[in-house]
Design a protein around this ligand. Structure first.
Ligand code: FMN
Length: 196
């Protein structure tokens, strides 16, 4: 029996959400490793229901314009005009980290699966990416928010309205001294042996 947790187990427990992520972000080679980790997730019937969109540098700001316009439309439907502060905040969202990857679950045209199964596979891909980044020494956070359900945002990512944005994964370095404590979970309330 192992007495020391291996690297994968250590990454699982040390992965924590970090809201403030700074440069440097993952290098291009590390980005490929993170994407490949995502693509290595399990999926039912090998439909590969994954769609990853990478934002670095200027594309984060450009996609911010999409997010701001989408917010403006959502509020307009409710007869509300956004404040400059709301628009500015939405516009700047992807600037909160040097690297952002949008993860979507997309349907196969040939093989029909319940939504749950493509969402589960894409969520596993997202978690694989977070764990890969943790192993590489980077901080991360999985975010959704209203934009993740907005058809205009989905269209801008190149997916259909019926597909799902699983999340926007933010990656970057953690400010020295601000790394959160690793998880120390209590499983007593959520796990049990089946007794019939
Ligand atoms: C589907 C999903 C959506 C999330 N959306 C947000 C979000 O919009 N904003 C945010 O700050 N954190 C978000 N999180 C991160 C959770 O807040 C975080 O995982 C949780 O507080 C547990 O903390 P940990 O990640 O450090 O274990 C999301 C996590 C998941 C799985």
């Amino acid at each position: 029996m192992r007495t020391q947790p291996n690297a994968a187990i250590r990454a699982i427990f040390s992965r924590r959400s970090v809201g403030k992520l700074i440069v440097p972000g993952p290098s291009e080679a590390e980005l490929i490793t993170i994407l490949r980790a995502g693509a290595a997730a399990p999926d039912h019937k090998l439909t590969r229901p994954f769609w990853f969109v990478v934002f670095e540098g200027k594309s984060r700001e450009e996609f911010g314009t999409v997010l701001a316009e989408a917010l403006t439309s959502r509020l307009a439907e409710k007869g509300i005009e956004p404040t400059n502060g709301q628009v500015g905040k939405e516009q700047a969202k992807l600037m909160r980290a040097p690297l952002v990857i949008a993860v979507a679950a997309v349907r196969s045209e040939e093989i029909s699966l319940p939504d749950q199964e493509i969402i589960s596979a894409a969520a596993a891909a997202a978690q694989n990416m977070l764990l890969a980044a943790t192993s590489l020494g980077y901080g991360s956070i999985w975010r959704t928010g209203e934009a993740a359900y907005d058809p205009k945002v989905k269209a801008a990512l190149g997916i259909k309205e019926a597909d799902f944005i699983i999340g926007f994964l933010y990656f970057g370095s953690i400010t020295e001294g601000l790394a959160p404590e690793p998880h120390d979970p209590d499983i007593s309330a959520i796990a049990s042996s089946w007794e019939g």
